[in-house]
Ligand binder design. Structure first.
Ligand SMILES: *[C@@H]1O[C@H](CO)[C@@H](O)[C@H](O)[C@H]1NC(C)=O
Ligand SMILES: *[C@@H]1O[C@H](CO)[C@@H](O)[C@H](O)[C@H]1NC(C)=O
Ligand SMILES: *[C@@H]1O[C@H](CO)[C@@H](O)[C@H](O)[C@H]1NC(C)=O
Ligand SMILES: *[C@@H]1O[C@H](CO)[C@@H](O)[C@H](O)[C@H]1NC(C)=O
Length: 427
């Protein structure tokens, strides 16, 4: 992989559109930045498909909830693209409380020659108009405009952690800690509550929803994960309120590994259907697991992301890192899995060859178009020359958000406030 780096605010989400030509990031400041892949040109063969900024807009602003005396952060938690249906692009972005549907469109012509107003838009005195003219469209520099088309507000009491567009492309869901709502894209004043795990008495609360996603092809099916390390598959045809799951995925705990931290590290921070819809992948603090939809009692694959942290859980608890929410992604053919770690490291697991690699996204170790070298963390004992010891890992540099191009080997990795785009080496 070679790399390309973009500088922005602290990135909180990264998402390719369905063909990978556009890449959107959301940040802590409520901004959305869209990158577009440049068309290949014959005289610049080595500059294959670089991503350049296409549009930047402010999606969410900080707000204050006066009833609860609470600040509502503008931070973008998730972005999801809608498939393109006309010349414009549509995406959903959400902060903790409000989902917005944005339309991003291009303009390269401007109307000129109106009769009742001048070029600056000021009204002309009708008495001075003696002849009529036909307004014309004149070419101008390309402008990309983002306009909010719908605002889906006031439906979540808790923090929204996921949004997912249904394969019917008419509805989407939004999930918070205790509830999941189903929305129609056209209707903003009403949503249907499809999951509600809020106990009558909040003292009895033992579990929260951590992530949710629709099946890629079956519009009636979705999954959600929980802080107890379990996944529930629900079928909306069964009943309007999916309080009773269709399938329940859980791995029995290995009693020999039981510790004070077991419950915290088994909390699932991300859940993703494979493109095929056959598997689901979950990320917890130390591992990535792949589950077959037809086998509920254990995952078919478990990959250790950074098992060397098992001995460091105590200090990771003290500095709150143990609550970090790492995401995970599939490559386009579901054969490779990618997820993040600390020290700006990220990991890839090849499901067929069972090979894995640790790579580093950082300014220091590479220049544009440099080749990424695999990194190795050494656990105890002697440290070899190019290894890094567990004790010198930087826990403030974490890779929580990554994205994989839907059909090519191009990945986007968010390292705090830098976005790195790596792609297969060009021959
Ligand atoms: C993704 O974005 C590109 C714009 O560069 C567009 O041509 C394409 O249709 C989009 N794909 C989908 C499926 O929306
Ligand atoms: C939502 O708005 C529509 C159109 O303004 C209205 O007909 C409908 O009754 C509203 N629904 C609710 C639940 O307020
Ligand atoms: C128990 O811990 C070992 C390493 O200490 C790890 O390899 C194994 O996967 C763990 N078992 C489970 C079920 O998490
Ligand atoms: C997925 O990863 C494999 C192994 O690196 C690669 O051969 C394949 O091209 C990737 N598929 C896509 C669609 O990115």
């Amino acid at each position: 992989f070679s790399y390309l780096e973009k500088n922005t605010d602290i990135i909180s989400t990264v998402e390719f559109n369905h063909t990978g030509e556009l890449l959107a990031t959301g940040d802590k400041g409520g901004r959305v930045v869209i990158f577009q892949r440049e068309q290949e040109s014959k005289n610049q063969v080595h500059r294959r498909g670089e991503y350049n900024v296409y549009s930047t807009f402010q999606s969410h602003e900080p707000e204050f909830d006066y009833l609860k005396s609470l600040e509502i952060e503008e931070k973008i938690n998730k972005i999801r693209w809608l498939p393109q249906q006309n010349a414009a692009y549509f995406l959903l972005s959400t902060n903790d409380k409000t989902v917005k549907l944005w339309k991003v469109s291009e303009r390269d012509k401007r109307p000129e020659g109106y009769n009742l107003k001048d070029e600056e838009g000021r009204l002309r005195d009708p008495a001075t108009i003696t002849t009529l003219r036909v307004p014309v469209l004149r070419p101008m520099d390309l402008m990309v405009e983002a306009t909010p088309r719908r605002v889906f507000a006031n439906a979540h009491t808790y923090h929204i952690n996921s949004i997912s567009v249904n394969s019917d492309y008419e509805t989407y869901m939004s999930a918070d800690d205790l509830r999941i709502n189903l929305w129609n894209f056209e209707i903003t004043n009403q949503s249907f509550n499809i999951v509600d795990i809020k106990p009558a008495n909040m003292e009895e609360l033992t579990e929260v929803i951590t992530a949710a996603e629709f099946h890629p092809h079956h519009c009636n099916t979705f999954v959600y994960s929980s802080s107890k390390g379990t996944i529930r598959l629900c079928d909306m045809r069964a009943s309007a309120l999916c309080d009773r799951h269709t399938k329940f995925f859980e791995e029995p705990e290995d009693p020999s590994n039981r510790s004070f931290f077991s419950e915290i590290i088994s909390s699932i921070s991300d859940v993703k259907f494979s493109h095929s819809g056959r598997y689901i992948m979950t990320r917890d603090y130390l591992t990535v697991k792949v589950w077959d939809l037809n086998m509920e009692n254990r995952p078919i694959e478990t990959y250790q992301v950074h098992d060397y942290l098992r001995s460091k859980l105590c200090s990771l608890y003290e500095n709150d890192c143990i609550f970090d929410k790492f995401e995970c992604v599939w490559n386009g053919s579901d054969s490779v899995i990618m997820t993040g770690s600390y020290n700006n490291f990220f990991r890839m697991f090849d499901r067929n060859t069972k090979r894995d690699v640790t790579l580093e996204a950082s300014r220091e170790n590479s220049k544009p178009r440099a080749i990424l070298k695999p990194r190795k963390v050494c656990v105890g004992g002697k440290r070899r020359k190019d290894e890094i010891s567990v004790d010198s890992l930087d826990f403030s540099k974490k890779i929580l958000h990554t994205a994989w191009h839907p059909s090519e080997n191009i990945i986007a990795v968010a390292a705090t406030n830098n976005l790195y785009i790596f792609q297969d080496k060009v021959n």
